[in-house]
Each structure stands twice: as structure tokens, then as C-alpha cells.
Design a protein around this ligand. Sequence first.
Ligand code: ADP
Ligand code: MG
Length: 251
Amino acid sequence: MSEAAVVETGPAVEIVGLKKSFGPLEVLKGIDARVERGDVVCVIGPSGSGKSTLLRCVNLLEEPTAGRIVVNGTELTDPDVDIDAARTRIGMVFQGFNLFSHLNVLNNLMVAQRKVLKRDQKTAQEVALRNLERVGLGEKVNAMPAQLSGGQQQRVAIARALSMDPDVMLFDEPTSALDPELVGDVLGVMRQLADEGMTMLVVTHEMQFAREVADRVLFMDGGYVVEEGPAEQVISAPRHERTQSFLARVL
Ligand code: ADP
Ligand code: MG
């Protein structure tokens, strides 16, 4: 099991009354959301609606202006919490691949395990190789990032996040920067993770993925969650006019 004490009951992620302002601009206006353990929740909505800010607040890359965020029983918004320790349990995959360009794939997967989790060389290497196999890139262990396609780089980024044994994985439009023919491989890896029971919060424009893989979908607009429900219902039979008009534009 994991190194840290993990609360085994309650939702994986609970967000209550979350607000975030940048100066005078209020971007998140009171978000309530939860992700149950083992569930996949997709966040959809127009550009500028606050999706990335929401995700960045969940691992405290942004400091919330108000509200509570609880991840596996640890309140991240508690001023006394060890935020660095809590953050190691949250994996994040961005639109850009964010690999260290001067390190080969193996070392990209080992750096944080060694420095943050203090794993020994042998353990970190075993974990890295296992997760590279998991994303179908075991043979790329010695490649440099620049030698890989965008889709392969993104799968390495996923393997790197998995190597920290996260309780929850956050994905912010992980396929948006990819050439269309490479999108499927990355979505396939995410689908496999979902099947393995990984808890995932995914901002995406891939409506077919959301419909097929997500347990629940949140539709955000203007800093609010406008609609939330089972994936099939929100995408195929949205109740709110704003969800309907958004989906009419993207589907
Ligand atoms: P989305 O991911 O849904 O496109 P974002 O969360 O990126 O939306 O952005 C929501 C709003 O917050 C936008 O108006 C954006 O310009 C603003 N914003 C995001 N980050 C910052 C920041 N660091 N400083 C100022 N404004 C920001
Ligand atoms: Mg965004």
C-alpha cells in the first residue's frame, strides 16, 4: 500500500464553495463538486469558463480565494496541512507534455520518485519501467523526449505521474495539443486507467470519450457548474439551455 496514511472512506475529491479570483476577476464563483473513489469525472465547457483554474486549485497550483478542497480525507485548504506531501498523491497531466527535455524517458520517470518520495535507485527504476509498460512504451526507456511523437510524450507524462502512486489523476485537455491521428493512443491509455479503477478528473473536449468513459460529467460556464450528472444524461440529454447550446457547437 501507499506510504501515507490514506482515509479509505468518503469521496476521493470533494470541492465545496470553491471561489478563485485573479485581482478583480472572479473566475470560479462557488464550485461544488465531488469525485467518488474509482470514478471518472469529465469537466466540459467553453474556453475561459474556469476549467483549468478548477483543476489547478485541486492540487493548489492556484490558491483558492474561498472554499474547501478535500482529497482522500486531507483538507488541502487547511492552513496547517503539509501541502507538498498532499500534492505528491495527486497526479497532473497538462495539455503540453512538460517533460524534461534534457533527460531521457527513464530519468523523466525517476526524478520525482527519487527527490520527492526518496525512493532508492532500484525501486524508482522498477516503478518507472512498470509504468512505461503500462502506457505501452516499454521500448522507449532510453529515448529522449524530442525523439518521441507528441502522443508518445503525453503517454510518458502519464507514466511519470503514475510513478508517484497517485490517489487521483487530474488531466487538463491532455489531447488538445496532439495531431488528430495521435489522440486515440492517449485516450486509449486513459480508458485503460479508468478500467483499472483509477480515480480521474478530466477536462476534455473529447465528447465521445466523456460519454463512454466518464461516470459523471460537469458542464462549466462562466465560473459555475451549470449542470452535473451521469455522462450519458448530460451529453445526450442536457437539461440546461447553456449545456445544450455548448454541445450543439462541439458535437
Ligand atoms: P478554461 O480552462 O475553461 O479555458 P481558465 O481556467 O484557463 O479557463 O481561465 C478562466 C479565466 O481566468 C479566463 O478569463 C482567464 O483569462 C483567467 N485566468 C486564468 N488564469 C489566470 C491568471 N493566472 N491570472 C489572471 N487571469 C487568469
Ligand atoms: Mg483550460
